[in-house]
Write a protein that binds this ligand. Structure first.
Ligand SMILES: [Zn+2]
Ligand SMILES: [Zn+2]
Length: 421
C-alpha cells in the first residue's frame, strides 16, 4: 500500500519543468566544460569522473564506474513502487579540429590510431552528457514522487573505440549495464543540425541504418604494363567490381521496402604507370534498414566481387565486418510516447523525420529492451538546417536552448512511462 504523498501527473509535469529550468544554467556550464575538454572513445576519464561525482552528490542508490572502460551507470530508486526505465547518453568526442569561434572552443590534440589529431565534440555528445546530468538532478529532486526506478547510462565510445579495442554500447551490455535491474524501456536522444532549435524529430520502426565496412582485395598477377597478356590485371578487374557493386542496390534491393547504400570509399593499387600490380584493395561501407536485407546485401557484395574477379581469372578476398545494427524504434513505444514529446515541445514542433543513413550503437540496447531514440534540433532559428554545418563538421555548432528541451523531453518520457506502467 502506497502511503506517501504523491503529485498528480499534471502537477508532476509542472515540477519537472520548474526543476529543469532551475538547473538549465548548470547544464550549459557542464556542456561548455565538456566541450572545452573533449575526450575520444574509451578515453573519457575526466568526463566520467565528473558524471560519477555528480550522481553520488545527488544521492543515487548505485553508481557503477568503469563499465566498458569508462562508462558510468547510476540507479535512482523512486519513492513509489514501479518498473525500471533507462536513459542513455554518450560521452565521446571525435578526431576533428574545431573551427567554431566560441570562448569554450576545444584546443585539445591527441594521438589517435597513431596520428596526431585535434579533438572536438563535433557530434554533440557533450550536450547529451550534460542533458542527462541535468535530468539526474531533476529526477533526484523529485524522487519521493517518482514511481519506479530510473537507470542512467553514460556510455563511452559511441563513435567506435580505437583500433584493437572493444567498447561502446555492446560492451556495456556485456558488462551488465542492462542487468540488476533490467529496464523495461529505454530512451535516448541526439542533437542534430538538421532541425532548428525548438523542434524534436522522431520516427517509428527502422530509423538509423546498420553500418558495416568491407574490404575487397583483387589478386592478379604482376607484369609489364606493355604486355598485359602475360599477367592478370587487378586494376581493370577492380574497375569492373566497383561498377558491378552499383547494381547490388539498384538491381537487387527492394527499395520500395527499405533503402540501402553500398559505397566504395577507398581504392589502392599500383606504384608506376608501366607496371600492372599484383593486387588492388578496395574498402567501403554498407548501410541498410532491415537485418534480413543487410544479410542479403552482404551476400550479393561477396558473390558479385568474387564472380567478377573469377571472370577475369583473378582471385578475390572479400571481408565484411559487421558494425552497428539497425536502430529500430519500437512502434508501440513510439506511438505511446509521441503525445509526451508533443506536450513537451508543442504539437507543431514535433516532426516526423526521414530515415538517417548514419548509424548509432543505441541499437544494441534496443535489441534487448524496447527503445525510442529521437532527435533534438540544435540549429539557430535564423539558419536553414539544410545549410547548417552538420554533425561531425569542424563547424558544427549547437544552439544551447536545445539543452533545456532535451532535458525536459527525457525527464517527461521517463516519468510518463513509469506512471503508465
Ligand atoms: Zn557521430
Ligand atoms: Zn553521435
Amino acid at each position: 500500500m502506497d502511503t506517501r504523498t504523491t503529485a498528480r501527473p499534471a502537477e508532476l509535469g509542472r515540477l519537472i519543468d520548474d526543476a529543469a529550468r532551475a538547473v538549465e544554467q548548470r547544464v550549459i556550464a557542464w556542456r561548455r566544460d565538456f566541450h572545452q575538454h573533449p575526450e575520444l572513445g574509451n578515453r573519457e576519464t575526466r568526463t566520467a569522473a565528473i558524471v560519477a561525482d555528480h550522481l553520488r552528490s545527488l544521492g543515487f542508490d548505485e553508481v557503477k564506474t568503469g563499465v566498458a572502460h569508462t562508462g558510468v551507470v547510476g540507479l535512482l530508486k523512486g519513492g513509489r513502487p514501479g518498473l525500471v526505465v533507462a536513459l542513455r547518453a554518450d560521452m565521446d568526442a571525435l578526431p576533428v579540429t574545431e573551427d567554431v569561434d566560441v570562448p569554450f572552443a576545444s584546443k585539445e590534440r591527441t594521438v589517435w590510431n597513431g596520428e596526431d589529431v585535434g579533438v572536438m565534440h563535433a557530434c554533440g555528445h557533450d550536450c547529451h552528457t550534460a542533458i542527462l546530468m541535468g535530468v539526474a538532478s531533476v529526477l533526484a529532486g523529485l524522487r519521493e514522487q517518482l514511481r519506479g526506478s530510473v537507470k542512467v547510462i553514460f556510455q563511452p565510445a559511441e563513435e567506435m573505440p580505437p583500433k584493437g579495442e572493444d567498447g561502446g554500447a555492446k560492451m556495456m551490455i556485456q558488462e551488465g549495464a542492462l542487468q540488476n535491474p533490467t529496464p523495461q524501456a529505454i530512451f535516448g536522444l541526439h542533437v542534430t543540425s538538421r532541425q532548428n532549435v525548438g523542434f524534436l524529430g522522431y520516427r517509428s520502426g527502422p530509423t538509423m541504418a546498420s553500418s558495416d565496412r568491407f574490404s575487397i582485395t583483387v589478386h592478379g598477377r604482376q607484369t609489364h604494363g606493355a604486355a598485359p597478356w602475360l599477367g592478370v590485371d587487378p586494376i581493370v578487374t577492380s574497375a569492373q567490381v566497383v561498377l558491378g557493386l552499383q547494381t547490388v542496390v539498384s538491381r537487387g534491393v527492394d527499395i520500395a521496402r527499405e533503402p540501402a547504400v553500398v559505397t566504395v570509399g577507398m581504392i589502392r593499387g599500383g606504384v608506376r604507370e608501366n607496371i600492372i600490380p599484383d593486387s588492388v584493395e578496395m574498402r567501403g561501407t554498407i548501410r541498410t534498414f532491415d537485418e534480413g536485407m543487410r544479410d542479403d546485401v552482404h551476400e550479393r557484395v561477396t558473390t558479385l566481387a568474387e564472380s567478377v574477379a573469377h571472370g577475369s581469372r583473378a582471385g578475390c578476398t572479400v571481408c565484411i565486418e559487421k558494425n552497428y545494427p539497425v536502430t529500430v524504434n519500437d512502434p508501440a513505444l513510439t506511438a505511446e510516447m509521441l503525445p509526451t514529446l508533443q506536450r513537451v515541445a508543442g504539437a507543431d514542433k514535433v516532426q516526423l523525420v526521414a530515415k538517417v543513413t548514419g548509424s548509432e550503437d543505441f541499437s544494441y540496447f534496443q535489441k534487448l529492451v524496447p527503445g525510442l531514440f529521437f532527435f533534438v534540433g540544435a540549429t539557430r532559428p535564423d539558419l536553414d538546417p539544410a545549410k547548417a554545418p552538420a554533425n561531425h563538421s569542424p563547424r558544427f555548432h549547437v544552439d544551447e536552448r536545445a539543452l533545456l528541451l532535451g532535458m525536459r523531453s527525457l525527464a517527461h518520457l521517463a516519468c510518463d512511462w513509469l506512471e503508465a506502467h
